[in-house]
Design a protein around this ligand. Structure first.
Ligand code: ADE
Length: 251
């Protein structure tokens, strides 16, 4: 059965040829091919108006690099939204290292909302006026600088798409539930029983489900305390029964 209005990501970029890229393979790629979600990559340069088709210019006040022009980007956003159902306002995102850090809680919201319009920044940045005038939400995927927003957009889209109904099928796991509880995943093991002389922890092959659950919880807590104490302090004091994702990992 085909989905009449699937979740659709519209990406505004100077490099539309980068898409679908990794989103065209594996789980996301299968979902894309079968119409569970849609991807539209639009060239910002198509909205340039001068004869050189320029999209950027030098920063006002001086400094290195080039800045994406407000008029060109605003025209690209407006063109992408022509014919859009106004009652279903799509989130408008700008991938940027100065954005608010992306969290699993925000990913869950974006997967449930109308599919986003995502602007990929390049150069030294984007004219602030278009960010303000079009209400762009700046989103970062981590405290490091990529050469542009495209790979960040792919990461965000992938994280959303795997939550869409039917995309993961029976491969669905409790990973994001554990993340939204503010804990990192416990270690996993599979065959062989002995690898380079190291056995699978005995408790995992004991068949005692309660002991397995307790061991996993303890491992998760120890890992989180060691690697991400910032997450742990926000975790609720309960182990299960809460299906609604909580904003415990939200920044
Ligand atoms: N563009 C460049 N670096 C980025 C980052 N860390 N997150 C989102 N977009 C970016």
């Amino acid at each position: 059965m085909t989905n009449p209005s699937p979740w659709r990501a519209t990406v505004l970029t100077l490099f539309p040829e980068m898409f679908p890229g990794p989103l065209g393979v594996s789980l996301a790629g299968r979902g894309l091919a079968s119409g569970l979600w849609e991807l539209e990559a639009r060239d910002i340069r198509a909205s340039a108006t001068d004869r050189h088709r320029s999209v950027d210019d030098t920063p006002a006040g001086g400094g290195p690099g080039m800045v994406l022009r407000a008029d060109v980007l605003a025209a690209a956003i407006d063109a992408a939204e022509i014919g859009q159902d106004l009652s279903k306002r799509r989130p408008r995102l700008l991938m940027s290292p100065r954005g608010r850090p992306l969290t699993q809680a925000r990913v869950v919201e974006l997967a449930q909302a109308p599919g986003p319009l995502i602007v990929c920044g390049r150069f030294e940045g984007v004219d602030q006026r278009v960010i303000d005038q079009r209400g762009l939400e700046e989103v970062s995927i981590g405290d490091y600088v990529l050469s542009g927003g495209e790979i960040a957009a792919m990461a965000l889209i992938d994280a959303c798409v795997r939550l869409l109904p039917g995309v993961m099928g029976k491969e669905a796991s409790g990973t994001e539930e554990s993340f939204s509880e503010g804990l990192l995943e416990y270690p996993q093991y599979t065959r062989p029983q002995l690898f380079e002389g190291v056995p699978i922890p005995q408790i995992l092959t004991s068949g005692d489900h309660a002991k397995v659950a307790a061991w996993r919880r303890a491992e998760s807590e120890a890992l989180t305390a060691a690697r991400r104490p910032d997450l742990r302090t926000k975790a609720p004091n309960q182990t299960s029964g809460q299906k609604t994702p909580k904003s415990t990992t939200d920044g």
